[in-house]
Design a protein around this ligand. Structure first.
Ligand SMILES: [Mn+2]
Length: 457
């Protein structure tokens, strides 16, 4: 993607004071009226979660380095509508891009980065607190709390955003970046109205490329989400009995997620038994599980905006049949062979090829006339992060800090049999690290867990 020539932006008011003195910045007069004043509403101490201010500042600097010069505008998410959207368990989830650069869960906010070659001061634009609304939905993050949490000292009311941008536009012609795919539908229009005729570039690919390498704070969040997820899978393996309903297993998994502090599920939980185990994205979860069948559970908790993506397959009876174990062990060995190839420099397409080659070489007559890899109609891996299918160019070689899934499967609908094993793997300098390895993975470990025996450490 080409970004063309980037021209310096203007910086408004106190924003300009944050730009290095070496920069030739035209001071911009911001109209007084639209700025207004915050209403003096007391803020609850400790509102919002702690922000790793050093991490988010480093991410903003990394984006600024990629851009060189320009204005970056990143909108927060809107509240969802209970009537018009499928809000389900939450009526708000922050935009991933806004969260990446702020770690704030403020709604309807904007982040502005005024990017010059050696500085990129940030300004947060925040909705005014609405004390009437707060009686319905709770105390909102106000400017003091946001400045304290975020480490961004410049917090101004969002209704002054257009004035800020308009003044900048009147003084300096500069290109503007907005993460178009990860922005509310009306965000582009808002920028166009504030800056008529302004070329708007998509910041998405740049942001996505940064998000591919997880920093220490992101990995802490992912380890938390994955740790919670492992407990949910363990609880389901312990709970399953013939005659249960798939939704009851779903309740065990998701109940454990919530009991352990998950914010929500990272994606709809898949609980497929018997014939449903061979359907890839079955999430109705309405069937009664029967003795002798396998259950596939693909479920991940979200914590702190980051999600896990883990799949376990286990027998309703607590014991694998020889046939189920044979299929299971080929999937498991395929996953191990693929994991052994994880290291910096490798491509996801290499892993897919390695998985399929291994499965094919060891198929024998296990899957009848076809080779077992022919039943694996999905990719063996994808990026993981804030989104279960995290964005990012799949031509990017693995590097330390990349997190991806490894999820081979064999699906035999004619036998009402499906097996998928999915784990989350961190790429390290020397190879890979199983992040979800504490969820039992061998047939022996699963049978021990189902039998109520303590798991080996
Ligand atoms: Mn997956």
């Amino acid at each position: 993607m080409r970004y063309g020539t980037l021209v310096l932006l203007g910086c408004a008011g106190a924003l300009a004071a944050q730009v290095s003195p070496a920069q030739a910045v035209v001071p911009l007069a911001v109209p007084a009226a639209p700025l207004g004043r915050w209403t003096a509403v007391p803020e609850l101490p400790g509102m919002g979660r702690p922000v790793d201010t050093a991490a988010v500042a480093a991410r903003r600097r990394a984006l600024a380095r990629r851009i060189g010069r320009g204005l970056v505008l990143i909108p927060a998410a809107h509240e969802r509508s209970l009537e018009r959207d499928h809000a389900q368990d939450n009526d708000f989830r922050q935009s991933d891009t806004f969260f990446y650069f702020t770690e704030l869960e403020a709604r309807d906010a904007w982040l502005l980065l005024a990017v010059a070659p050696d500085s990129a001061p940030a300004t947060l634009f925040l909705p005014r607190r609405d004390t009437v609304e707060e009686r319905w939905t709770g105390i909102q993050l106000g400017p003091d709390a946001v400045a304290r949490l975020s480490g961004v000292p410049r917090v101004v009311p969002v209704d002054s955003l257009a004035a800020y941008l308009g003044v900048a536009r009147s003084r300096v012609a500069g290109d503007v970046y907005v993460p178009l795919a990860d922005a509310p539908a009306d965000a582009r229009r808002a920028v166009e109205l504030a800056l008529p005729g302004q070329a708007i570039h998509d910041a998405g690919p740049l942001v996505d490329s940064l998000r591919l390498i997880k920093d220490a704070d992101e990995l802490r969040r992912m380890r938390t989400a994955i740790g919670i997820t492992v407990l949910g899978h363990i609880a389901a393996i312990q709970a399953v009995r013939p005659g249960m309903w798939e939704y009851q297993l779903e309740a065990v998994v998701e109940g454990t997620f919530r009991a352990q502090g998950a914010d929500r599920v990272g994606y709809p939980s898949f609980v497929g038994s018997g014939p449903n185990a061979a359907i890839l994205h079955y999430d109705a979860n309405r069937r009664q599980v029967k003795d002798g069948e396998l259950v596939v559970i693909d479920a991940g908790a979200e914590w702190g905006q980051y999600t896990a993506d883990v799949t376990r397959t286990f027998p309703v009876s607590g014991r694998f049949t020889p046939r189920q174990k044979a299929i299971y062990d080929l999937v498991l060995a395929t996953q191990r062979a693929t994991f052994d190839s994880v290291r910096p420099g490798v491509l996801v397409s290499d892993l897919d090829r390695i998985a399929r080659a291994y499965m094919r070489a060891h198929s024998g007559k296990l899957c009848g006339r076809q080779m077992c890899d022919q039943t694996m109609i999905h990719a063996v891996s994808h990026w993981l992060g804030m989104n279960v299918h995290d964005p990012g160019d799949y031509r990017t070689p693995l590097a330390p800090g990349t997190v991806l899934t490894l999820e081979p499967g064999i699906y035999l609908p004619a036998e009402s049999l499906g097996v998928r094993i999915e784990d989350d793997v961190l790429v390290t300098p020397g190879g890979g690290e199983w992040l979800s390895g504490r969820a039992p993975r061998t047939t022996e470990a699963i049978e021990r867990l189902a039998a109520g025996e303590p798991r080996p450490p």
